[in-house]
Design a protein around this ligand. Structure first.
Ligand SMILES: [Zn+2]
Length: 80
């Protein structure tokens, strides 16, 4: 059964802090993103900014976009 694998895959695509699977860019712009197969997919966009930060859609922790793509799992940005 693929259910267990599906749960594991979902886990690494979620915020490690609150478990949200949806991410936003600038909190004022409300682009909504999901992390699938090592890339951030914009599933709903209200802006066309070339460069953007990514935050968790629930707890608004900033996501380390480059590291998340490198590691193929959601990595939170750390200070310093
Ligand atoms: Zn979160």
């Amino acid at each position: 059964m693929g259910e267990k694998i599906l749960i594991m895959n979902e886990g690494k695509n979620q915020c490690p802090k609150c478990g949200s699977a949806q991410f936003i860019t600038d909190p004022n712009q409300y682009d909504v993103l999901e992390f699938n197969n090592g890339v951030f997919d914009i599933i709903r966009s209200e802006s066309t900014a070339d460069e953007f930060k990514i935050f968790c859609g629930e707890c608004f922790t900033e996501i380390d976009q480059d590291t998340s793509v490198d590691e193929n799992q959601i990595i939170l940005k750390t200070d310093g």
